[in-house]
Design a protein around this ligand. Structure first.
Ligand code: IMP
Ligand code: MG
Length: 190
């Protein structure tokens, strides 16, 4: 399925405006419900969910409501991390743009991120929360890319294994665009 995303400001548009759907809104919703049940059966309560912004905000919003349907009552906080990328490739450094507000010491933490690619972002977040004395840390990503990881980290929970391609939508962007798409897709050149 291919959709052409029409923009009101063509001057701001990059060369490609076409997004090919990889995961539909319906497929994501069904998988998020399954994932919440997997997380619930891991018995992590009392649970503190920390969403890694910006890319995970849509996924996290859906997942915490699915967790509620699965019987959990998580507390929720956010951290904004920036992984510097050039030509859509991770360059290695991760910065904290906005930190969590809550004290994570002694807490069972579930980190939520959008994409696991080189692994640097998730490894950075895990190390940070661990250094602050969390009791346990589990990780959950929407997409685990088939990329060779630059650091040794895998997600404890993941919605989908995804091909090594740059994806947008469902919260994820390229140059601040496409976050609002209800599906996950990849940019095409036509
Ligand atoms: P990593 O640090 O290389 O694992 O990259 C993870 C971060 O880069 C994610 O949290 C995303 O914000 C971003 N990222 C990686 N791949 C993509 C992609 O295909 N589309 C949008 N963002 C991505
Ligand atoms: Mg991210």
């Amino acid at each position: 399925m291919k959709e052409t995303v029409t923009r009101s400001n063509p001057a701001a548009a990059p060369a490609s405006d076409s997004v090919e759907v990889i995961y539909t809104a319906e497929a994501i919703a069904a998988r998020v419900d399954e994932l919440a049940k997997e997380i619930a059966s891991a018995r992590l309560e009392p649970l503190l969910v920390i969403a890694v912004l910006k890319g995970s905000f849509v996924f996290a919003a859906d997942l915490i409501r699915a967790l509620n349907r699965a019987g959990l009552e998580p507390e929720v906080d956010f951290i904004t991390l920036s992984s510097y990328r050039k030509n859509r490739i991770s360059q290695g450094s991760v910065d904290i743009l906005r930190d969590v507000e809550m004290d994570v010491a002694g807490r069972n933490v579930l980190l939520i991120d959008d994409v696991l690619d080189s692994g640097r972002t998730l490894a950075f977040a895990k190390d940070l929360i661990s250094a602050r004395g969390a009791r346990s840390i589990k990780t959950c990503v929407l997409l685990a890319k088939a990329t060779r990881r630059a650091v040794n980290v895998e997600a404890d929970f993941r919605a989908f294994d995804c091909p090594e391609t740059f994806v947008v939508g469902y919260g994820m962007d390229v140059a601040h665009r496409f976050r609002e798409l209800p599906y996950v897709g990849r940019l095409t050149d036509d």
